[in-house]
Design a protein around this ligand. Structure first.
Ligand SMILES: [Cu+2]
Length: 184
């Protein structure tokens, strides 16, 4: 029973996905489209530093990273970054809000805009918890390995005790000889 529980725990630990940089496919299988509802989509996701946003879209669309004001006003005129090409991967390098919109006229106003709030990796328990178990097992064996060194010290101690014993034996023989000399 206990073994089974341990085996189950190990299986669960191994099965836990490593959360180093999750990929968020914007809009899921629908992708980055004109009819998308990206505030609802973003609300269901947790964006952590080192995660990536993947925009998949048709040729009539694009991805502009914009300021909060430009996001609100659907202004693509001051884009921080502009992307085209149908597939754009953006790494979320820093915590804080990020705003995106489609620069095609009318698309942003129609809802083709995305706001994400990127959180630091340490503040999300779901992102941090899985990693310690993977490092803990590697640290435990390394602390158990060192013990081997003792042998040389032991042989040294053996040499010392040998010479001490021979000294003791020699001293004892001397004592015996002296005693016999007195008795004789
Ligand atoms: Cu568009």
């Amino acid at each position: 029973m206990a073994m089974q529980a341990v085996a189950l725990l190990i299986t669960l630990l191994l099965a836990t996905p490593v959360v180093y940089g999750a990929q968020h496919i914007v809009g899921g299988s629908s992708g980055w489209v004109q009819s998308g509802d990206y505030s609802t989509w973003a609300a269901g996701e947790t964006f952590t530093v080192d995660d990536t946003l993947v925009f998949n879209y048709g040729s009539s669309h694009g991805v502009d990273q914009v300021s909060q004001t430009d996001y609100t006003n659907c202004n693509a005129g001051n884009a921080i970054q502009s992307y085209q090409g149908g597939s754009t991967t953006i790494k979320l390098s820093n915590p804080g809000p990020m705003y995106f919109m489609c620069p095609t006229i009318g698309h942003c106003a129609g809802g083709m805009k995305l706001a994400v709030n990127v959180v630091a990796a340490s503040t999300t328990p779901s992102g941090t918890t899985p990693s310690p178990p993977s490092t803990a097992p590697t640290t435990t064996p390394s602390t158990t390995v060192p013990p081997p060194p003792p042998p040389p010290a032991h042989s040294g101690a053996a040499t010392i005790s040998c010479s001490m014993i021979s000294n003791l034996v020699f001293g004892f023989l001397l004592l015996l000889a002296t005693m016999f000399a007195y008795m004789g």
